[in-house]
Design a protein around this ligand. Structure first.
Ligand code: CA
Ligand code: CA
Length: 439
């Protein structure tokens, strides 16, 4: 029975080993005495090259001098950073060379490690400050000490100062873009780049009033600058299909009518609103559409419910069906956690499913949408319930919306006042506790 070299330092499997680590181990034991094997005269150290090739190559033969051996990596075997090495020590001198066990260790990165989620994307109102923060660690200190920072805007150049935080004051549309940070270890000049984070100004990015009465172009009257004009396809024209709308004129879609925008889908958060008056029923009825996703006035197959579809994946329905022959305000709000549906200014249902807001077209030539459509709006952020209610009451004077119903509004008139207090006082000392109040 023989005993090989043992007790490696770094330990077998140890991560985060410094680049200047000296490898060491204990000389083989004589099993008969439990002491260092006196026959051992040399250690043969083998390593692989840090790649996935497991082949071990003789690196050095080290004279054995007592109970410990060691080796300082260098030269051809200079250790690289963030690399997993295999190594083995064979003990020489007895009747047979004692082959050692194969050990591994991983060297530390010599560049800053950056939290991959930072900096986060920024979505702000115009004239608000946009703030990006990068989280980085110096592997030599285990914290952000000894790091410097340089911020860049993609396609523009260096912006900002030596700080883990970049603040763009009074952000404007012109500031929209992608921003990233180069983090440097001051001692060795080694750098890492963060992810690129987008800066987006919250705004209405498409607004089609559909008040045209001739031609095939639906003007985008949003101030976004994108100019996503809609094009009525084929025989579909305003001349033939302009009808009275909720706000001035509207456009009557039949089962094969399509208005094309050709724009890219919008990642959540987003808001898509429109007035719709169903003029018929079908197997499905598509509103905003792309090859990837669609918003449905009638969800397939003939459910009649408003819904969302991810093409080839699923058709999801809200617990809501729009009435026939009645102008109805529909607002879809997509966020990273789900999609909400508001009807006539009021929240009605939510689902956990999320799609990008489809922006290629409105309607599909192969579906059955039969509806008058008016005042389509798309926003690149999630409108809050107050803003959604405001659009509804602006478009339909005389209406009102209670959002959200206040707590303590006992008589449900959306105001907490003396009438609610009277309701409360009338119930004074009512006690339903068993057994304290009731037998
Ligand atoms: Ca209109
Ligand atoms: Ca009240």
């Amino acid at each position: 029975m023989v005993s090989p070299a043992w007790d490696p330092d770094p330990e077998d499997g140890q991560p985060g080993v410094p680049m200047d680590k000296i490898l060491s181990w204990k000389t083989a034991i004589d099993p008969n005495t439990g002491l260092t094997n006196p026959e051992i005269t040399a250690h043969k150290l083998y390593m692989n090259d840090g790649t996935s090739d497991p082949t071990l190559t003789l690196v050095d033969t080290i004279t054995a001098t007592g109970d410990t051996g060691q080796y300082t990596p260098g030269g051809e075997w200079l250790i690289g950073d963030g690399t997993t090495y295999s190594w083995r020590v064979d003990e020489v001198g007895g009747p047979n060379t004692i082959t050692g066990n194969v050990w591994t260790f991983e060297t530390m990165f010599s560049v800053p490690t950056i939290d991959e989620a930072t900096p986060a994307d920024a979505l702000v109102e115009a004239n608000e400050d946009a703030v990006f923060t990068v989280s980085a660690v110096n592997p030599f200190t285990g914290d952000p000490n000894g790091l410097s920072y340089e911020w860049h805007e993609v396609g523009v150049g260096t912006v900002g100062t030596n700080s883990p935080t970049l603040t763009i004051e009074n952000a404007q549309i012109a500031d929209e873009g992608a921003y990233y940070c180069t983090v440097k270890i001051i001692d060795n000049d080694a750098t890492s780049d963060s992810r690129s984070a987008s800066l987006t100004i919250k705004r209405l990015i498409g607004h089609w009033k559909l008040d045209e009465t001739t031609g095939t172009t639906a003007v985008d009257s949003s101030p976004s600058g994108y100019g996503y004009a809609g094009t009525l396809e084929g025989a579909f024209t305003f001349d033939a299909s302009s009808v009275a709308g909720q706000v001035d004129d509207a456009l009557a879609f039949g089962p094969t009518d399509v208005m094309t925008f050709g724009a890219a889908d919008i990642q959540a958060p987003w808001t898509a609103g429109m007035w719709a008056k169903r003029t018929g029923t079908g197997i499905w009825g598509t509103l905003l559409f792309s090859d990837i996703a669609s918003l449905r006035l009638e969800q397939w197959p003939g459910t009649g419910n408003v819904g969302l579809t991810r093409a080839g994946v699923a058709d999801w329905s809200f617990d809501y069906s729009a009435p026939l022959d009645e102008w109805t305000h529909l607002v879809f709000v997509g966020t990273s956690s789900g999609t909400d549906l508001y009807v006539n200014g009021t929240f009605v249902d939510s689902m956990a499913n999320v799609i990008d807001c489809p922006m290629n077209a409105f309607g599909v030539s192969t579906d059955n949408l039969s509806a008058d459509i008016d005042d389509i709006r798309v926003y690149n952020y999630d409108l809050d319930p107050y803003a959604i209610a405001q659009i509804f009451v602006d478009d339909k004077p005389g209406e009102w919306v209670c959002v959200p119903p206040p707590k303590y509004d006992f008589n449900k008139d959306c105001i907490v006042n003396l009438a609610d207090f009277a309701e409360f006082a009338f119930q004074w000392m009512v006690c339903n506790s068993i057994p304290d109040c009731l037998p």
